[in-house]
Structure formats: C-alpha cells, structure tokens
Design a protein around this ligand. Sequence first.
Ligand SMILES: *[C@@H]1O[C@H](CO)[C@@H](O)[C@H](O)[C@H]1NC(C)=O
Ligand SMILES: *[C@@H]1O[C@H](CO)[C@@H](O)[C@H](O)[C@H]1NC(C)=O
Ligand SMILES: *[C@@H]1O[C@H](CO)[C@@H](O)[C@H](O)[C@H]1NC(C)=O
Ligand SMILES: *[C@@H]1O[C@H](CO)[C@@H](O)[C@H](O)[C@H]1NC(C)=O
Ligand SMILES: *[C@@H]1O[C@H](CO)[C@@H](O)[C@H](O)[C@H]1NC(C)=O
Ligand SMILES: *[C@@H]1O[C@H](CO)[C@@H](O)[C@H](O)[C@H]1NC(C)=O
Ligand SMILES: *[C@@H]1O[C@H](CO)[C@@H](O)[C@H](O)[C@H]1NC(C)=O
Ligand SMILES: *[C@@H]1O[C@H](CO)[C@@H](O)[C@H](O)[C@H]1NC(C)=O
Ligand SMILES: *[C@@H]1O[C@H](CO)[C@@H](O)[C@H](O)[C@H]1NC(C)=O
Ligand SMILES: *[C@@H]1O[C@H](CO)[C@@H](O)[C@H](O)[C@H]1NC(C)=O
Length: 452
Amino acid sequence: MGICLRSFSKLSTCYILLIFLLSCFSFTSTEAYDALDPSGNITIKWDLIQWTPDGYVAVITMFNFQQYRHIQAPGWTLGWTWAKKEVIWSAMGSQATEQGDCSKFKGAVPHCCKKDPTIVDLLPGTPYNQQIANCCKGGVITSWAQDPDNAVSSFQLSVGQAGTTNKTVRVPRNFTLKAPGPGYTCGPAKVGKPTQFYTKDGRRKTQAMMTWNVTCTYSQFLAQKTPSCCVSLSSFYNDTIVPCPTCTCGCQNNGTQQGNCVHPDAPHLESVVQAHGKNNYAPLVQCTSHMCPIRIHWHVKLNYKDYWRVKVTITNFNYRMNYSEWNLVVQHPNFDNLTQLFSFNYKSLTPYQAINDTAMLWGVKFFNDFLSQAGPLGNVQSELIFRKDSSTFTFEKGWAFPRRIYFNGDNCVMPPPDAYPYLPNASSRSELSLVTLVLTLLLYVTFFSATV
Ligand SMILES: *[C@@H]1O[C@H](CO)[C@@H](O)[C@H](O)[C@H]1NC(C)=O
Ligand SMILES: *[C@@H]1O[C@H](CO)[C@@H](O)[C@H](O)[C@H]1NC(C)=O
Ligand SMILES: *[C@@H]1O[C@H](CO)[C@@H](O)[C@H](O)[C@H]1NC(C)=O
Ligand SMILES: *[C@@H]1O[C@H](CO)[C@@H](O)[C@H](O)[C@H]1NC(C)=O
Ligand SMILES: *[C@@H]1O[C@H](CO)[C@@H](O)[C@H](O)[C@H]1NC(C)=O
Ligand SMILES: *[C@@H]1O[C@H](CO)[C@@H](O)[C@H](O)[C@H]1NC(C)=O
Ligand SMILES: *[C@@H]1O[C@H](CO)[C@@H](O)[C@H](O)[C@H]1NC(C)=O
Ligand SMILES: *[C@@H]1O[C@H](CO)[C@@H](O)[C@H](O)[C@H]1NC(C)=O
Ligand SMILES: *[C@@H]1O[C@H](CO)[C@@H](O)[C@H](O)[C@H]1NC(C)=O
Ligand SMILES: *[C@@H]1O[C@H](CO)[C@@H](O)[C@H](O)[C@H]1NC(C)=O
C-alpha cells in the first residue's frame, strides 16, 4: 500500500492492474456470483391456492430480482421433475410444450402427463379467458432496475394425482430455467411461510394453503464460453483508436470455411441473412476483426476546466438480433460525480454501499431503447459529463477509461491495459517492479475479503 500511494503514477498503475486482475478473476469464475449484482437471482414462488379432489391449484410466479439481466425473446422455459405421479390437468397463462403419454386416462385427458414437464409462457394476444395477471408476454421479463413492474411472470396450473394436504404434497425437484439458453442453476424448492394476499381494497386478507420458493442464479460461464461483446477506446488527446482485441468473440474464416460472418457489402445480403433461418438465435455477425455481436466504444471527447465529457456508442453487428430494452452497466470511479447524461436513462448501482462507481444505463422508451440489427440503424449513443474531483482526476494511465462494461449482463472484453491511448509524452511508462505486482495482489486480496 505504501509504495502504491507514494507516487501518483504508481497509484494509477496499481489501480489499472488491480482492475485487470479483478476482471480476469470475475470472468473466469465458474461461480454463479456477480460482483456488481451479488444478490441477483430469479425466485420462482409456488402458491397452492386451493385443494382439489386429487391435488391442488398453484399460482407460480417468477420474480426477476436481477438488477440488469433480463430475459429476451423467445423467452423463458421452465422445467422440473415431479416427485410422485402428478399430472397437469390444465394450465392458464402458460402451456406445457409436450403432452406426453396420457393413454391411461379415460374421459378427461390431462394437459400434460410427463414426469418432467416443460412450461412456456403464452404469446401476447392470448384470449382473456386463458390469461392470468402477469402472463402472456412470450416469456419476456425485464430486469428489476429497468422496469420492476414487468420483472414478474405468472401462470397457473391445476395439478392432479398429487397430495391434497400440506403433509402429502411433495415438492417437485430438479428445476431447470432456460432463458432461453443455458446459464441458470436452480436450487431445491424450500417450503416456507404461506403467502398472504390482500384484496384490492385492502380490507380482506387470504392466504395460500402452502408456499415454496425456488431460487435460480445466473453464471456467464455456464451460459456461453465465448464472450458476446467487446470494448474499443479513443480520446481527443491521442489519435489512436484502440480496437476490440482481435478474435475476441471468434476469428474470421479465411476462405476455407464459409458462413460464420457476413460482409456488409455482400450481394444479396438480405437472402444470406434469411437463408440462415428465422428461428435461429445463434449470432450471424458482420465480418470484423473481433467478430463480436456487440461493440461498445468509449471516446473521451472533451476536457473542460471543471468537467470532462465522454461519448459512448453501442453498435450491433448481429444480423439476427434486434436488442429491445438493452442495458449497459459501466464501472468508472468518476460515476459518483456524474453531472449530466444525454438520451439514456441512468441508475446508480451500489452493491457495496460506500462505493458509487457503477452505473446502469438504458435507452429511452420509443426513442433508443431498440437497438436494431446490424446495418445503418444498428447503433445508439449518448454523452456523459463528469465533474472533476481534483484529488483523483487525471487523463494519465488510462484513468479516463471504464474499468468494466456489461451489455445485457454479459461482461464485455476490454483491450489490454497497456494498449490504452495515452497522453503524448507520458514517455516514462512505469516499470512494473515485482514489489508493485506483489502489493497489487495483496490489495486485490484485501479488496476481495472486504467485500465478501
Ligand atoms: C434473491 O433476491 C432477493 C432480492 O434481491 C433477495 O432478497 C433474496 O435474498 C435473494 N435470494 C437468494 C437466495 O439469494
Ligand atoms: C401444515 O399445516 C399445519 C396446520 O394446518 C401447520 O401447522 C403445518 O406447519 C403445515 N406444514 C407445512 C409443512 O406447511
Ligand atoms: C435430479 O438431479 C440429480 C443430479 O443431477 C440426479 O441425481 C437426480 O436423479 C435427479 N432427480 C430426478 C428425480 O430426476
Ligand atoms: C418467496 O419469495 C418471495 C419473493 O422474494 C418472498 O416474498 C416470500 O416471502 C418467499 N417465501 C418463502 C416461503 O420463502
Ligand atoms: C487462416 O488460415 C491459416 C491456416 O489454417 C491460419 O493459420 C490462420 O490463423 C487463419 N487466419 C485467420 C484470420 O483465421
Ligand atoms: C428487427 O426489427 C425490424 C423492424 O422492426 C424488422 O424489420 C426485422 O425483421 C427485425 N429483425 C430481426 C432479426 O428480428
Ligand atoms: C451516485 O452518484 C451520482 C452522481 O453524483 C448520484 O446521482 C447518485 O444518486 C449517487 N448514488 C448513490 C447511491 O449515492
Ligand atoms: C464528488 O462526489 C463525492 C461523493 O459524492 C463528493 O464527496 C465530492 O465532493 C464530489 N466532488 C466534486 C468535485 O463535486
Ligand atoms: C497514443 O497511444 C498509443 C497507445 O495506444 C501510443 O502508442 C501512442 O504513442 C500515443 N500517441 C501519442 C501521440 O502519444
Ligand atoms: C517529450 O518531451 C520532451 C521534453 O519535455 C521533448 O524533447 C520530446 O520531444 C517530447 N516527445 C514527444 C513525443 O512529444
């Protein structure tokens, strides 16, 4: 610590290294733990609201408690394994994707007889008599910070051949949540205090017969092994544009294979994109050196006496995806003095109360909340003005660049810290002494143990 603080330039070197180490660790971590949203989870609550002759009626509600990770089209699918011989007689606001073998039923036939049913949301426009509150949004759920009113999804099931008292009912096992791909891990169902419901006028209270919760958490590592976005940097004080690292999300084929990227000036671009299938959600990207579907560009634009200004541009290189309700999470030490922000929404995220260095940014409804597929309209931008804090502010050593950026909850790959644009004549590039390195590691350990 002492050496880190002794000289200013050493301090920023330490800082950049620290951040670099942190991002390395968080990126390779296999744990379903996100340092910027430590308690983020999706909770699935089962309320048994009524016993039936052979089972129960349950209202199942999914709460997306994640600050910035939403579920986009084509939406969630939820599966589990029944503990006994349960069947689903009927469903409201959702449906099982497969009925399964109901051949032993005479007369009334259940909606689903599978041991391991898979449930999906219904689409918007479903007839009213098949809906319940918070259903029928095609499985799309917004994030908690962006739109808490729509961060909930519900459906109702009538379950048969189940228990009919809280002693004979068995909770389902092995919950799986896909959103729509892999990434979530769900814990076991935990029986708890029955939920209490209030009537609209608040004058009467009812309660569920029985309630249990399942908690699912996300891990980028489980979701996909390759990154999905990258960051490029530039500044007014240096002509160099530092591009996304080459091959961040894949490498361009050099003719031997075909079809893992598209040149924007290719003839019949339209048909190439179409030919890859409409319901295929694997990205089909424009050919670039980084091959990422999304690039975030951070440009340090202007220097005023007391303020400085940044321009952020998000570019979509994916021909197969319109990102609606996209969001960005950016970490930079000057966010505690953000003075003005143009054309994006802002919310500060402070997982560790004392540190206000992380911002969540998202588009303004009907203006730029829709990031169109690759092409001339496929970008959105904003400018940010920060107030300088004379004790920390500097253009040296890449301080003006973000420490970490997420797009839709995925960690974006940054250029290596030693490639950042630097001030002309900051020629004395710091020598990385072994001592600095060791101290940085120590700092890292201290930081981490302080936050866990
Ligand atoms: C899930 O998120 C909610 C809201 O942030 C939190 O209260 C709850 O403790 C979390 N559950 C778990 C198991 O982390
Ligand atoms: C079942 O219901 C009884 C009373 O009706 C209650 O005392 C008991 O705690 C409940 N058990 C569970 C597992 O919910
Ligand atoms: C649930 O998953 C565990 C571990 O994957 C497996 O051992 C078990 O057999 C599964 N249970 C059921 C009922 O499918
Ligand atoms: C289930 O989760 C919801 C939402 O977080 C919470 O309000 C409720 O108290 C939890 N119930 C149980 C039984 O854990
Ligand atoms: C092109 O192919 C050669 C030989 O397979 C390989 O060494 C090289 O890395 C490839 N270049 C790119 C950009 O993929
Ligand atoms: C994206 O949105 C535009 C305009 O709404 C639409 O024409 C296009 O088909 C959409 N593309 C994809 C891949 O969904
Ligand atoms: C963080 O700083 C920004 C800019 O000064 C301010 O708008 C925001 O309210 C702060 N957040 C918290 C939680 O203090
Ligand atoms: C920057 O923000 C911090 C924390 O909110 C505050 O203490 C400090 O005075 C601010 N600095 C300036 C120059 O506004
Ligand atoms: C701009 O930054 C790059 C590092 O990205 C450096 O190589 C170059 O010398 C800098 N230009 C000037 C004029 O200092
Ligand atoms: C750096 O500054 C020294 C003197 O301070 C000057 O001689 C040299 O030309 C400068 N180098 C560049 C690249 O500006």
